[in-house]
Write a protein that binds this ligand. Sequence first.
Ligand code: ADP
Ligand code: MG
Length: 717
Amino acid sequence: MGEESSLQLSTPVEALPGVTSRQAQGLRALGISNLGWLLAHLPLRHERIEAEATIDRLEPESTACARGEVTATRVVRAGRMPRVEAVLHDGTARLDLVWFNQMFVRNAVMPGVRLRVQGKVKQRGPGLQMVNPKYEVLAGEEEPPEHEARMRPVYPATESFKSWAIERVMRTAVPLGLPLIEDHLPEAYRVERGLPSLREAYRMQHTPVDEDEVKASRRRLAYDEFLLLQLGVHLKRAHLRERLRAPKLKWNKGIDAHIRERFPFALTPSQEEVVKEIAKDLSREVPANRLIQGDVGSGKTVVALYAMLMAVASGAQASLMAPTEILAEQHFLSISRMLEGSRVRVELLTGATPPSPEAKAALLERLAAGEIDLLIGTHALLTDRVRFKDLAVAIIDEQHRFGVVQRAGLREKASDEASTPHVLVMTATPIPRTMAITLFGDLDVSSIKGLPPGRQPVTTRVVASTGRATVYEEVSRRLAKGQQAYVVAPAIDGGSQEELPLGGGDAAGEKATVKTIRDVRTVAKELETTYLPGAKVAVLHGQLARATREEVMERFRRREIDVLVATTVIEVGVDVPNATVMVVEQADRFGLAQLHQLRGRVGRGSEASACYLIADPTTEVGHERLAVMEEVSDGFALSEKDLELRGPGEMFGMRQSGLPPFKVADLMKDRQLLLLARRDAAAWVKASPRLGLPEEAMLKRRMLKAYGEHLGLGDVG
Ligand code: ADP
Ligand code: MG
C-alpha cells in the first residue's frame, strides 16, 4: 500500500505528499492545519484569466495577459484625470501601461519590478498599450508558472503566502482530498434538485474549468449552508412544540370586549387580523413564537397590549421588554395611560428604576408573589433575580437588537420547568423576508400593514450642509405656525468627550474625529444663537437622568418646548402629533433603518410633515442610500434596498444575531435557494422530527457542528 491510501482529512499539512515544508508553513500561518481545512479554504472569488503570451504576440483589441519587467514609470498630473504610466519589457517587445485616477499604483509599479498584467490591448501609434490593466507584482525568488486561459481561484492569502502559491498547493492536494469527502445528502435527493455532489462541488471551487462550474459549486455549497441552518431551526421548533407547554389562555367575547374598552380608537383591519392570529396562538398550549412586524407607527403597541391583557384575564402575568430605557418608559407611560382606572397592576423595571435597591427588591418580591400583572422593562428583565409567579406572555419589542439568544433567556423565566411563556416579538424595523427567514426562521410571522387612519405622508429631502440655513428657515416657518420640531445629531457632547481620558490608541487622532461629529449640545447652541433665535430649545439624550428626560418629554408634549435636539433616543416610542418636522444632522452617519425610524416620529398629526437629511456623503453608495430615503416611504421596501446596497454583513440583525456568517451563501443573490432550503428543511423535519435515522447521522452531526450551539440545540442532539 502506498502512503496515499492512509491519507485522512485529519492528515497534517506537513505530511501531505507533494507539499513542501515551506508551503506547509505558509498554510499554518493561514490557520490551515490539515487536509480537511485545506479543502475548506474556499476561494473568495474566481477570475477569468487569459492565456499568457509574449508581448510580440499580443493582438490589438483582444483581452490578453503578459508578463515582463517595468523599465520606466511616470506620474502625469496634467489634464482632468491624473495618471500613472509605465513601460513593460519582456525581451520580445515593449508594452505601454497606463492607469487613470489610480495614483496608488505608483507605490507598487516601479522600475525593476516584475509584473503580470491583464487587460484589453490597444494599438497606439506604432506601439501597444493597456489601459487600467489588472496587475500582479511577481515578487520573491519563485515566480508563478505561466498559465493557460482558465478560471483562477482567488484565495484569502497573506503577504508572504500569496493566492497563486495556495493555488499551487491546491493543485496537488485537492485530488488527494476529494475521494475522502463524504456527502451528507442522498444522491437521489440532490440530483432531484440539480445539485452536484459535495466532492464535485469542492473540485469545482478549487479547479473550475469555466464559469458554469463555479456557479454549480456555489449553488451546492450555498444550499448546504441554508439547509443546515433551516434544519436546525425547524428541529428546534419541533422540539419546542413537542416538549414544552404554555398556558392556555381564555378567550371569549366578554374578554375581547373588555380588552377593547381600554383602547381609545378602533383597530385597523390589519391590526384586527394580527390580534386574531395572536389570540388563536395564545389560546393553545403550544408555545407561541411569533414575530409581529409593522412599519414605524403602524400601531404595534395596542396589539401587544391585547396579548398582555389576555394573560391578565386568565389570572396570569405578562412582560414587555424594550431595547432602551427611554423606550421602556414610553411603553410604561402609554400603557399605564390606557389602563388608567382599571385594576391591572403595571410596573416598570430598568437598570435605573426603581432607583433604590430596597424598592427594587420590593418590586421583585411582589412580582414573585403575583402581585404585579404587567412588568415592562429593559433587558434588566433577564437578570437572574427576576422571577415571575406565572408568566404567560413575554413580549419583546425591537427584536433586531436582541436576537435569538435573549429570546431563549425569557423562556427560562417561567416558574416551572415544563411550562414556558408564549413569546411575541415585535419589530419596528421591518426586515426583508430573507433576513426574517434566516434569523427568525423558527417564528411565525404576522404583519401589520399600512398605518392607522389620518396619517400624512412625510416629505423627505436630502440637503448638503451648505443648505443648512434654508432648512432651518423652513423649521422657523413651522414654529411660527405653532408646530414643533425635532433635530437629531449623531453625538451627545463633542466637548465633554474630548476631555475624557482616552484609554490607549492615538489620542490626537481620536480627538480630531470626535471634533468633526456634530453633537447635540453644539447644535442646540447654534439653533438658539444663529438659526432659530427666540425658539425654546431643549436637549434630550441618554446621559440625562431619567427624571430629567421624562420632564423634557412631558414639556415637549405640552408644547412648552419648540425644538427638541436629541440623539437617536427619540428613534422609538416618542409620539407627539404636533411635531411636524424632523432635521437629521450628518444623516450619512445613520443607517437607513434608523433614519426611517426617526422619520416616523413626524407625520403623526393632521399637518403635512417634512424630514430633512443634512449630509455631505463622500461615497457613491452614501449618496445612493440617502437618495433612497427621498423616494421610498415604505419600511419594507427600504430595508430590502438597504440589504441590497450594504449587504447582509452590514445589516442590522445579522451580527447581533450571534449566528456565524455564511461562507458562500448570499442572502440577496441566493433568495430562491433559501426558500427552497427552507421548504426542504420543513418537510425533512416533519418526516423525521429528530433526524434520528442512521442515514441522517452525518447530516445531523454537521448541522449541530455548524449551528447547534448558536441555536441552543444542546438538548436536541
Ligand atoms: P409602533 O408600531 O411604531 O409601535 P405605535 O403602537 O406607537 O406604533 O402607534 C403609533 C400611534 O398610532 C400611536 O399614537 C397610537 O396611539 C396610534 N394608533 C395605533 N393604532 C391606531 C388605530 N387603530 N387608530 C388610530 N390610532 C392608532
Ligand atoms: Mg413601538
